[in-house]
Design a protein around this ligand. Structure first.
Ligand code: FAD
Length: 471
């Protein structure tokens, strides 16, 4: 009684900030904590990169379209906000990789491009015989002596050879990070591959042992999808969380410009509307560059200035079924860098996610832009549409213009965890603890960029704030 409430400000209303604000308010209510939580978002809408367009019976994702079911935090959050009944799983089907302009079915049993079954790998036309022989060297090569971090590309090239990496591993991995695998950190992206190598030496044998074997009678038991989304799109999660947030706790259309520590170990946040907020604890869920620009007075944030972020765009196009002259059975394809294409991937969304598309229609979603190939993102919508159609026509033979096209640009939006990322993060977070007690980082720039990874970080930040406030 009479105790002043502690102010906690969450900056950024993407999925990380939403998760943080929601679980903080939930804890405050359940544990009757004297805290007041505010969420500040620069734009006029919540969700950040999660954005769904619902149009003419289509469900179209501008950003992420789903998340991995295996990472449990997203489904748990969906349950907590009452929309678990809207979860929906992807339909499975053949996927392809386009190499030097030719479409190849993804070899059976390959996990992130690593073969775990030998027969499909021997049979595929995706690699030359020397390429296959080089990959087989994985069986005999010693494990890596690297002590610290190394580039993803280096690791895979050493184990499997350049050809398997360029024709299969790279298109799959860079599909997730839109990055340059020769710059990306192995330990910050796929540490499990390092661990498999250390444990089993051979990546192929190790992966074979560490993945649950698929049932032999594959015809009787259809493979289950591994991704989840919501019936009305991923933004349903954003809407459901927003509804649960306390009235008046969300401030939209206001940007935090500057953060300064006061003498009383509080923080003063200068906003772009000339107002000032005072906080006892802050969770920053904004991109790394925003963090650095809010607190340029702390030189330990300088590595964020060097940390790259790639620009990409997604291009959703709808057609009537008759427009597709050559229909390929499957869920989509990724494109290797050695192909003369601008698109980097294409999902046949109407097949992978049938609920998104009205009957008789087709919904394709292509990606353009990746590390080193980003200028395309700056072209006009009309130009991008033309380029994408030209690429699609090389494989699918479309005889009509799309009914509509939605281009979504994500500039400098795919943070790149380059070699040494984790060491740099550890050092920055140590400095924050020392110089800025009560300030915490969470979100896609820091410790994982998948939606469930962001939710995990939001939940971890909640624990850190509560511990700090209670101490
Ligand atoms: P953001 O969503 O970027 O939110 C940060 C928020 O902070 C924004 O709303 C921004 O406006 C706000 N902000 C910034 N500066 C300030 C400021 N100064 N003051 C106040 N507010 C500020 N992940 C998956 O799991 N599956 C996928 O299929 C998938 N596909 C993707 C496809 C694309 C095209 C992209 C771009 C990403 C994809 N991802 C996917 C990754 C995932 O979407 C993101 O990593 C995740 O949504 C990021 O959430 P976040 O809350 O950390 O950041």
């Amino acid at each position: 009684v009479g105790e002043a409430k502690k102010n906690i400000v969450v900056i950024g209303g993407g999925i990380t900030g939403l998760t943080t604000a929601y679980y903080l308010q939930k804890a405050a209510k359940e544990q009757e904590l004297p805290i007041e939580v505010k969420l500040i978002e620069a734009t006029h809408r919540l969700g950040g990169k999660i954005q769904t367009v619902r149009k003419d019976g289509f469900i179209i994702e501008r950003g992420p379209d789903s998340f991995l079911e295996r990472k449990k935090s997203a489904s748990r959050l969906a349950t907590d906000v009452g929309i678990a009944d809207q979860l929906i799983r992807n339909a499975t089907g053949q996927s392809y990789v386009l190499v030097k302009g030719k479409m190849y079915p993804m070899p059976g049993g390959s996990i992130m491009g690593i073969p775990t079954q030998i027969a499909p790998f021997i049979m595929t036309g995706l690699f030359s015989i020397p390429g296959k022989l080089r990959a087989a060297a994985d069986f005999v090569l010693p494990k890596s002596k690297e002590e610290g971090d190394q580039a993803l590309g280096l690791f895979f090239r050493r184990r499997l050879g350049d050809e398997v990496v360029e024709n299969l591993v790279e298109p799959l991995l860079s599909g997730i990070y839109a990055g340059d695998i020769d710059q990306l950190s192995l330990m910050a992206t796929f540490p499990q591959f390092y661990q498999v190598e250390q444990k089993y030496r051979s990546l192929i044998l190790g992966m074979k042992k560490s993945v649950p074997s698929t049932p032999k009678s594959s015809s009787s038991e259809k493979k289950k999808g591994i991704f989840l989304t919501f019936r009305n799109g991923l933004e349903s999660l954003v809407e459901a969380i927003e509804k649960k947030l306390e009235a008046g706790s969300v401030i939209k259309g206001v940007r935090v410009e500057k953060i300064e520590k006061t003498a009383k170990s509080q923080y003063q946040l200068s906003l772009n509307n000339q107002k000032v907020l005072v906080a006892d604890s802050i969770v920053l869920t904004v991109p790394h560059l925003s963090v650095q620009s809010m607190m340029p007075q702390y030189s330990f944030f300088a590595p964020f200035k060097q940390m790259p972020a790639t620009s990409v765009a997604t291009v959703a196009m709808s057609f009537s079924e008759e427009a597709i002259q050559t229909d390929i059975e499957g869920t989509g394809f990724v494109v290797s860098r050695n192909s003369d294409y601008t698109i980097t991937a294409c999902t046949w969304t109407h097949k992978k996610w049938p609920h998104t598309t009205p009957k008789g229609k087709v919904l394709l979603r292509c990606y353009v832009g990746r590390a080193g190939e980003e200028t395309v993102v700056d072209l006009s919508d009309v130009e991008i549409e033309r380029i994408v159609l030209e690429d699609l026509n090389k494989t699918m033979n479309l005889n009509k213009k799309p009914d509509f096209t939605i281009v979504s640009r994500w500039k400098k939006s795919m943070p790149q965890y380059t070699v040494g990322h984790q060491d740099r993060m550890n050092s920055i977070q140590k400095n924050i603890q020392k110089e800025l007690p009560g300030v915490f980082l969470a979100g896609s720039s820091f410790r994982g960029l998948g939606v469930p990874d962001c939710i995990d970080q939001g939940e971890a930040a909640v624990q850190e704030v509560l511990q700090y406030i209670k101490a």
